[in-house]
Design a protein around this ligand. Structure first.
Ligand SMILES: [Zn+2]
Length: 337
C-alpha cells in the first residue's frame, strides 16, 4: 500500500514536472513574448546573451522621478535594467547635476522588465545594460504623464546636415558625455557622427575618454550608454573591447562619405528575414520568461537618492584595450525617441 502511494506520488510529480517543461518549451516570436511581460523576475540579477540577442533576470526599475532625473515615455515600460545599470544612471544624474552644470537627465528607453527583443525601436537594449538619455536638459518642473509621452527631444543637428548646430551644442553637453564615459563600467557611448565630430574638433586636454564615444546612426537627440557584462552573469556575452584611439581619424571620416547613408541606415550585416524565436535566444531566456514575478512594482523599483549603492569609483578611462572592435549591431535608427 505504502509503496503504491509513493509510486503514485512519484508519477504525479513526474507528470507535473513534464508539463512544466512543456510550458517552458512553448516557442514563439521572442519580441511578442518578452514584450508582453509587465514585471521582471524576482531573482539575482543576470544578463543572458548579447546586447542584441538576450534577456534579463532580476531587473529593477529606475524610479519614474528622482532628484535629478525624469523617465520619459512611461507607456513603453522600458525603465528596467540590471541594478548596476540603474545605479549608474542615478549616479550620473547626480554627478552631472552637482559637477557638470547639467540640470538633470531625461531618461529614455532602458530595457523591458525581462529584457529581450522589443516590438518597436531597438536592436539592442535586450540585456539590461543599455540606456538612452536625452540631450535635452531636464526642466525644473515635473512633467505630467502626458508630457512624458509627447514632449519632443531636440535634435542637436543643423537642419538636414550631418553637423551639430553650434548654437545648440553646449559645453555642458560635452561635460555630460565625459562624465558618463568616466565610469569604468561604461564601455561604449553611442552618438551621432556629427556629435562625435564636434567633440573631436573641440575637446581640449584629456581626450582618452573619447575612445568610448562611438559614432552611430540616429543618436542626435539622445545618447546611448552601454555598460559591460556585470559580475554574476556567466551567460552574458561581452562585446569586442574598444581601442585606445580617440576615434577622430579615419573611422570618423567614413561617416562623412556617402557610403553610410546610401540606403536605409542599417547595420552592414544583411537583415535576416526570419523572426527571432524564443528558442533562438540563450536557453536561460525561456526560464527567465516563465519565472515568477514580484507582487508589486514597488518591490522591484530601485531605491532612489540616499539609498543608492555606489558602484565602483569613477575616473578610470579606457587605456589598455585591444584593437578596434565593431559596434554592430546597435540601435535601429527610429523616428521619435
Ligand atoms: Zn539606445
Amino acid at each position: 500500500m505504502k509503496s503504491k502511494t509513493l509510486l503514485r506520488l512519484a508519477l504525479g510529480a513526474l507528470i507535473s514536472f513534464t508539463s512544466t517543461i512543456d510550458a517552458i518549451a512553448v516557442d514563439g516570436p521572442a519580441k511578442q513574448l518578452f514584450g508582453a511581460q509587465s514585471l521582471p523576475t524576482v531573482s539575482a540579477p543576470q544578463s543572458a546573451g548579447f546586447y542584441s540577442k538576450g534577456c534579463l533576470a532580476g531587473g529593477v526599475a529606475l524610479p519614474v522621478d528622482g532628484p535629478a532625473w525624469q523617465v520619459m515615455r512611461l507607456s513603453r515600460n522600458r525603465r528596467w535594467g540590471h541594478p548596476r545599470m540603474i545605479a549608474l544612471l542615478e549616479r550620473l544624474a547626480r554627478d552631472a547635476a552637482t559637477k557638470d552644470g547639467w540640470p538633470g537627465l531625461l531618461v529614455g528607453d532602458i530595457s523591458q522588465p525581462r529584457g529581450g527583443p522589443m516590438l518597436t525601436g531597438h536592436a539592442s537594449h535586450q540585456v539590461g545594460l543599455d540606456a538612452d538619455i536625452w540631450l535635452t536638459p531636464m526642466p525644473k518642473q515635473r512633467f505630467t504623464d502626458d508630457q512624458r509621452e509627447n514632449v519632443a527631444a531636440t535634435s542637436m543637428l543643423k537642419g538636414d546636415t550631418l553637423y551639430v548646430d553650434p548654437d545648440r551644442w553646449t559645453q555642458s553637453r560635452t561635460a555630460l558625455l565625459k562624465r558618463a564615459a568616466s565610469y569604468p563600467e561604461v564601455e561604449r557611448i553611442f552618438v551621432h557622427p556629427g556629435i562625435k565630430k564636434k567633440l573631436c574638433d573641440s575637446v581640449q586636454g584629456d581626450r582618452s575618454w573619447m575612445a568610448k564615444v562611438r559614432p552611430y546612426w540616429g543618436h542626435y537627440y539622445h545618447f546611448h550608454v552601454r555598460i559591460k557584462c556585470q559580475p554574476g552573469s556567466p551567460n552574458c556575452k561581452p562585446q569586442e573591447p574598444i581601442g585606445a584611439d580617440d576615434g577622430c581619424g579615419k573611422s570618423l571620416a567614413w561617416w562623412f562619405t556617402d557610403e553610410p547613408w546610401k540606403k536605409a541606415p542599417e547595420p552592414a550585416k544583411p537583415k535576416k528575414p526570419k523572426v527571432t524565436m524564443l528558442s533562438d535566444l540563450p536557453k536561460a531566456c525561456a526560464m527567465i520568461l516563465n519565472a515568477p514575478g514580484p507582487k508589486s512594482v514597488d518591490q522591484v523599483t530601485y531605491g532612489a537618492g540616499a539609498k543608492v549603492a555606489q558602484p565602483a569609483a569613477a575616473g578610470t578611462p579606457a587605456t589598455a584595450y585591444a584593437p578596434e572592435g565593431g559596434d554592430l549591431p546597435e540601435d535601429v535608427p527610429a523616428q521619435g525617441q
